[in-house]
Design a protein around this ligand. Structure first.
Ligand code: AMP
Length: 432
């Protein structure tokens, strides 16, 4: 039978790499919770219209990248390409603002986009997503950016850069769009087909273009921040002042319009050079009209999404990640000892230790080899001699030193030995 491979653009995350994912997820959860965020889990499937309306039907995501199908009931269903519209839907559907003083939400899980797969870009990928609803003040923009920055730095990721921009609001956007179209003039005919379409439907999206031949023209176009209304200018100034308060440096990037239609005012991204072409670790911004556009009250929103694959790729080689290994390997010689070993393993597991047993009744030599391969720091050895004396031989796997202890004292021995024999954190092999 030929093997059935995984779908293009999807991948298995295997032991050896999964520890790095768990590390990223643990650091993120603890950090988000310190900042007052509560986890929400929304479904992976949503109605197609949620993204057509939410993400925006002139965006690349909606036009080219969504996995949408008609289910058996005739409903148009989409595998979520991003989390923000789903969190907005949940916020509205469950009137979360009545239950939470400041709705600060986070979620994590798989997203789906039909993109050309390459390093750091997949068709099923995973995001950590953070959103806050109902806060107008610029301090929250800076706090969210501080949260994103802290995530990257608490993961020990070096060499990242924060990009910042403001894309204005419905008051100032029309003047900017008009200036953009005017500045393009006849050059629009020299742009790619997508950009010509964007110029007619949603000119701001021209900044998303990646076609090399278009870049020189796009680089000469006007900047959103030169067209901000007074309120947007004041907001942007405040965001920058607060970032200085946090001691976070940034670079203004005029091209940062973030590929989605719902952004207003602040947009930001954190990039890292070491990832090559797919260099955005995370990105986000403010979206003041989205909650209302999705049928909710007129509430502001702001958030960001980080790609877990990219955070994992960017982790330092020597990140402090505990590798999966047992605390104790229980070895047994002979049938009677094997029965006692089963009891001992169960007892150790119940006491909270990671304990493993030889599954196949092999020789003591090969059991010790297995203990080494599993990197267990301790082995508990049971044989006829130990059974007669009601003892267990404890072996320090690194030094080879052996000690006999009473059968009843094993749990306590392991507990006391743990900090001695087991460094709490250890680098895991780097995943590909
Ligand atoms: P976006 O929702 O496009 O702003 O993406 C937010 C973050 O998700 C990006 O900065 C990436 O880290 C990650 N991301 C987006 N698309 C992909 C993809 N196809 N594969 C892997 N990560 C992705």
């Amino acid at each position: 039978m030929p093997m059935i491979p995984a779908v293009r653009g999807t991948r298995d995350i295997l032991p050896g790499e999964i520890e790095r994912w768990q590390f990223v997820e643990d650091v993120a959860r603890r950090l988000f919770e310190r900042y007052g965020y509560a986890e929400v889990r929304t479904p992976i499937i949503e109605r197609e219209e949620l993204f057509a309306k939410g993400t925006g039907d002139t965006t690349d995501i909606v036009q080219k990248e969504m996995y949408t199908f008609t289910d058996k009931g005739g409903e148009r269903i989409t595998l979520r390409p991003e989390a923000t519209p789903s969190l907005v839907r949940a916020f509205v559907e469950h009137s979360l603002e009545q239950q939470m003083a400041v709705p600060k939400l986070y979620c994590l899980g798989p997203m789906f986009r039909y993109e050309r797969p390459q390093k750091g870009r997949y068709r099923q990928f995973h995001q950590l997503d953070v959103e806050v609803f109902g806060v107008h003040d610029a301090w929250i923009d800076a706090e969210i950016i501080d949260l994103a920055w802290s995530l990257v730095s608490e993961l020990g990721i070096q060499g990242s850069e924060l990009l910042l921009n403001s894309v204005g609001c419905p008051v100032c956007r029309p003047a900017f769009t008009a200036a953009l179209v005017a500045a393009l003039g006849e050059d629009v005919k020299r742009l790619c087909g997508d950009c010509q379409r964007r110029a007619a439907t949603n000119p701001l999206r021209i900044f998303d273009c990646k076609v090399p031949a278009d870049q020189a023209i796009i680089d000469r176009l006007p900047h959103t921040i030169d067209y901000l209304c007074a309120a947007c200018t004041a907001h942007f100034d405040q965001v920058k002042r607060h970032l200085e308060l946090y001691g976070i440096s940034y670079r203004i990037s005029h091209r940062l319009v973030r590929g989605l239609d719902y952004y207003t005012r602040t947009t930001f991204e954190i990039l890292i050079g070491s990832l090559g072409a797919q260099n955005a670790l995370l990105g986000g911004g403010r979206y003041n009209g989205l909650v209302k556009a999705l049928g909710g009250p007129d509430r502001t929103g702001i958030g960001f999404a980080a790609g877990i694959e990219r955070l994992v790729l960017a982790l330092p080689e020597d990140a402090s990640i505990a590798i999966a290994r047992p605390d104790v390997f229980v070895a047994a010689i002979g049938d009677a000892a094997r029965l006692e070993a089963v009891r001992l393993v169960k007892q150790l597991r119940s006491a909270g230790f990671k304990a493993q047993l030889d599954d196949e009744g092999r020789s003591i030599r090969s059991q010790m080899k297995t203990a080494d391969r599993l990197k267990a720091p301790l082995a508990a050895i049971l044989g006829d001699n130990e059974l007669t004396k009601n003892e267990v031989t404890m072996r320090d796997m690194a030094s080879g030193e052996q000690t006999s202890i009473g059968r009843a004292d094993v749990g306590e021995y392991v507990r006391l030995a743990m900090p001695r024999v087991k460094p709490p954190l250890e680098a895991a092999p780097r995943g590909q």
